[in-house]
Design a protein. Structure first.
Length: 278
């Protein structure tokens, strides 16, 4: 069954990192198909198959994860530890550049008040990160436990409570938000720890700013492959397709605050080139 809802004001929770740079639109139409709320008043993806955030797009199959070897993995010797339960010294508030406003509770970092970015800048990275969705769950769709990892502050892999929570396919956990859905929905229930292991290859631009190669992501969520060397269509955005603009070879990693308290622990990266270049 299809239902249309006209939204005249921009929903306060329907934001992402890029929205701050996107002028608000006066009106949008939310479409609900079989209980999945999304949009069909958005542009088509470049391959012409689906609208951005299309509720008709097939959802990833649900896979119940097993016990993963990587939970609370000890960082390898060349890792940059971004959070070890002690302090937020590796992070800054994205907006002000001052101290990160997230809290630490019993060795766990909890999202609050705004996006955070790393003090260090990275290009290609291997990332390990563990997160936990709040329980009991509140709200639904994109309002339930939303956060996200933004490689280079630009390219998101979504974090959302997708355990028995319906939302559009390109907005589920493990998806490149607004672009490529996850290959599987391997979310654990809220209140349980989940593990992301990601291999991110930064985009390459030539001296004139022309894109030579896109950003790529390979990722597992709870030991299940959710992205396999998937190219980003550009920087993550909301209601419009991703697009590239030339940027520095290294930029801070960001974590999103989306009005939900999402917990994080054991975050580390290996900051090494991940492309064999001649
Ligand atoms: Mg997000």
């Amino acid at each position: 069954m299809k239902k249309l809802i006209i939204i005249t004001a921009l929903a306060a929770t329907a934001t992402n990192l890029a929205l701050a740079q996107t002028p608000p639109k006066p009106k949008m139409i939310e479409t609900i198909i079989d209980g999945v709320a999304g949009f069909q008043d958005t542009p088509m993806e470049p391959d012409g198959k689906w609208h951005v955030h299309d509720p008709a797009r097939p959802l990833p199959v649900v896979v119940t994860p097993g016990n993963t070897f990587s939970a609370q993995a000890t960082p390898p010797s060349d890792a940059v530890v971004l959070f070890d339960g002690k302090d937020l010294s590796q992070w800054r508030d994205k907006k002000s550049g001052g101290d990160a406003q997230w809290t630490i509770d019993d060795g766990v970092m909890v999202s609050a008040k705004g996006d955070i970015v790393t003090t260090n800048k990275f290009g290609d990275i291997q990332l390990h990160l563990e997160f936990r969705e709040p329980t009991p769950p509140k709200e639904s769709g994109q309002g339930r436990g939303n956060s996200g990892i933004y490689f280079m502050g630009l390219y998101e892999i979504q974090i959302l409570d997708c355990y028995i929570n319906k939302t559009y396919a390109d907005g589920l956990t493990g998806g490149l938000y607004g672009q490529h859905p996850a290959l599987a929905n391997s979310c654990r229930p809220p209140g349980e720890w989940s593990t992301y292991d990601c291999i991110f290859t930064a985009p390459r631009f030539d001296a004139d700013g022309k894109l030579i190669s896109p950003a790529y992501l390979t990722a597992t969520l709870n030991g299940v492959v959710v992205q396999n060397h998937q190219a980003y269509r550009g920087a993550t955005n909301w209601r419009v397709p991703g697009s590239y603009s030339a940027h520095a070879a290294e930029l801070p990693l960001a974590l999103q605050y989306h009005n939900n308290s999402v917990s994080f622990r054991n975050i580390w990266v290996r900051n090494v080139p991940l492309v064999n270049e001649p």
